[in-house]
Design a protein around this ligand. Sequence first.
Ligand code: ARG
Ligand code: ZN
Length: 497
Amino acid sequence: MAVATLALGAVGAAGATAAPGGKPGPRYTAGAEGVGDAYFPFAGNGGYDVQHYDLDITYTPPAPDPAPLVGEFDGVATIDLVSTQDLDRFNLDLRGMEVHALSVNGKPAASVAPPLAGEEVDGAAYWHVQDDDARVWELTVQPRPKLKAGEQVQVVVEYGGTTTRPRDIEGALYGWVTQRDGALVASEPDGSMTWYPVSDHQTDKATYSFEITVPEGKVAVANGIQPKPEETANGWTTWFWDAPDQQASYLTTASVGDFDLRETYTSSSGVPIIDAVDTKLSTSRLATTNASLGRQAAMVDFFESKFGPYPFVAYGSIVDNDSVGYALETQTRPVYSSSASEGTVSHELAHQWFGNAVSPERWQDIWLNEGWATYANWMWNEERGIRTAQQSYDNWYAPARDAAYWGLQIGDPGELGLFATQVYNRGAATLHALRLEVGDADFLAAAQLWLERYNDSAGTSEDFQAVYEEVSGQDLDEFFQIWLYDQVKPPADWTTP
Ligand code: ARG
Ligand code: ZN
């Protein structure tokens, strides 16, 4: 029966394309279950382009120790998207949560069991496959009526569950990481699906708005600005945040905790800076953190003088007293685990240009994020009189390193090598060598052209090379081959300007 249905479907489609007048009619197919990223084949989805996510979240943090470290999460995600093909079905990514209700353009869909291949499902429906072993988390939606290419569509998903402490492919905590006092939310590379239904890939950027309700006394901090003050009633406080800039899903945060939400101040160019610092930091960590955050405005000024205008509506930091163990450049508002050092603050700020405004089109292009953020910190250290970028380069170049170190291709480090030390420091060294290769003026001119041309979007290492070739007039094939792919120590040629 399934076979017969399939055959009929094929005939129907062929008939539609041969419509009278020669104009092809709609050919409805399923959107792809991934965008085709070699490292994360199921991340993101095909067949549509998300415009906006409105996330309405109610969150109850864990009870005090020794209660289990789990929270209660209830969400309503309203997703505005445009179909890019005639859609019979499309997917969202969602991991570890349960869907309670789903509608498309106001029409409710029924929850059904995942159909077998080729099996038809009647009417508007959705089903959710969560296979942890295969790393497949796909929420499939069958809209009825079907969607024509170019349609403006609104999908509303009511979902929720018990939050835990998800881990990425390497075993690092990420996504909605439940904390005793709330949650630290840091989702690189594919952890946003642990807390909202999403096309979880940076090639589908969107704007965001948030309404986060937490027990009175807790503070929820997300990306962007507060469009209005928080509201408290019946022991619950609702926090509102708006992120009107194009944003990759892995850069979304909505962290909850006992934060001191500090008064807004600005950079010289007028970028509002909003910081949230955990009230439970130790005295010494608080001192380190405050000293680093106190330099943010000056850092914005410095990077603007090198890279061009700060790309977003606001900035600021979230410093949580937690054990996630790394920082993340969440858009407009990086998160820091336990304290924020000056070096890390300069790194995460630089990511706002390199990684956030312009994102890596494929995860294999991660060196464009981490190499640049590390190099920007070398530049900041020079500005501060700590050491020159050349000295940082020499310190990286001099020591003997083993074959395993040189063997990692930073231009294609593998999904387990995304955050390898080489991606950071060989990446930064690559940029310093490039600067010596093309000269200071072209180095910065090309960086600015790259940021302008790929703003609000994403690019590859090949795109990056093309911009540097365009600006410098040099053929850089050999340069990038050596630095990104050759599995040996690069020659010393670039060590002397
Ligand atoms: N991009 C972050 C940085 O600024 C690092 C993220 C590490 N993530 C992880 N899952 N280990 O360097
Ligand atoms: Zn980084």
